[in-house]
Design a protein around this ligand. Structure first.
Ligand SMILES: CC(=O)SCCNC(=O)CCNC(=O)[C@H](O)C(C)(C)COP(=O)(O)OP(=O)(O)OC[C@H]1O[C@@H](n2cnc3c(N)ncnc32)[C@H](O)[C@@H]1OP(=O)(O)O
Length: 208
């Protein structure tokens, strides 16, 4: 009998979306982790404490699901969980259309109606959100969030911790730097250096 528990870390807005996708994928969630019990408890999950609590029992047989939307928090927790030699599941909504020719790390979430074409590489702890389109040969590094409806044309590279805003478009071959934020509805036609916020069409620097 398999006694491995599956536990969701982070049970609020984004966590609800991940929870629904997991349940639709027939993944049973044994409970959630938060600093405090969450009300209302929309999915009637069991409260199992907080992973940063010194009394948390790491020696149990646990697989984790990451439910937090913030890139840096998600990456930090993902690395911490891995340091405890625990597995972090990828959650893929059953309606997502995902190539078999995908290289995928762990702790990722691929949301409802996302589309991912061949030869894409995705690292760990990423969110490919609702209806996002990831075209051929894109490379997405760790802890990236591609927000709902965003389109990455072919051969785009998105570096660690970047956030590509809702409904934005990134032209083929463009590289997005680390910790970059692309504002909602932007069209990015040239490379964006690390640690910058760009907006508009064509996208331009808002701030560093
Ligand atoms: C499931 C989910 O919900 S996932 C989340 C999806 N959410 C998104 O995609 C939102 C992405 N975030 C944004 O677009 C934000 O507006 C940011 C990060 C680009 C900028 O945020 P802030 O730093 O707070 O900027 P702020 O709101 O002060 O605006 C600064 C200026 O930029 C303009 N601006 C802000 N965002 C945008 C945008 N997306 N496109 C065009 N102009 C913009 C503002 O009008 C303002 O211009 P002004 O100075 O002439 O008045």
């Amino acid at each position: 009998m398999n006694s491995t528990k599956t536990i969701l870390a982070g049970y609020s807005g984004h966590g609800y979306v991940v929870t629904e996708a997991a349940l639709l994928s027939n993944i049973k969630i044994d409970g959630y982790l938060e600093p405090k019990e969450v009300f209302p408890n929309h999915f009637n999950l069991n409260y199992l404490g907080f992973e940063m609590d010194p009394n948390f029992e790491w020696d149990r047989d646990i697989n984790f699901i990451l439910g937090m939307g913030d890139n840096q928090i998600r990456e930090k927790l993902g690395r911490f969980i891995k340091s405890k030699s625990k597995k972090i599941l990828n959650i893929i909504h059953p309606s997502a259309s995902v190539t078999k020719m995908l290289t995928l790390g762990s702790g990722n979430f691929i949301a409802r109606n996302a589309a991912i074409n061949p030869l894409v590489e995705i690292g760990d702890y990423c969110i490919i959100n609702t209806g996002a389109i990831i075209e051929h040969e894109c490379v997405i590094e760790n802890a990236v969030h591609i927000a709902p409806g965003a389109v990455l044309a072919g051969n785009v590279k998105v570096s660690e911790n970047a956030f590509i805003g809702a409904n934005s478009v990134v032209k083929q071959g463009v590289t997005i730097g680390r910790n970059v934020v692309i504002g909602a509805g932007s069209t990015v036609i040239r490379d964006v250096p690390d640690h910058q916020v760009w907006i508009g069409n064509p996208a331009k620097l808002l701030k560093k």
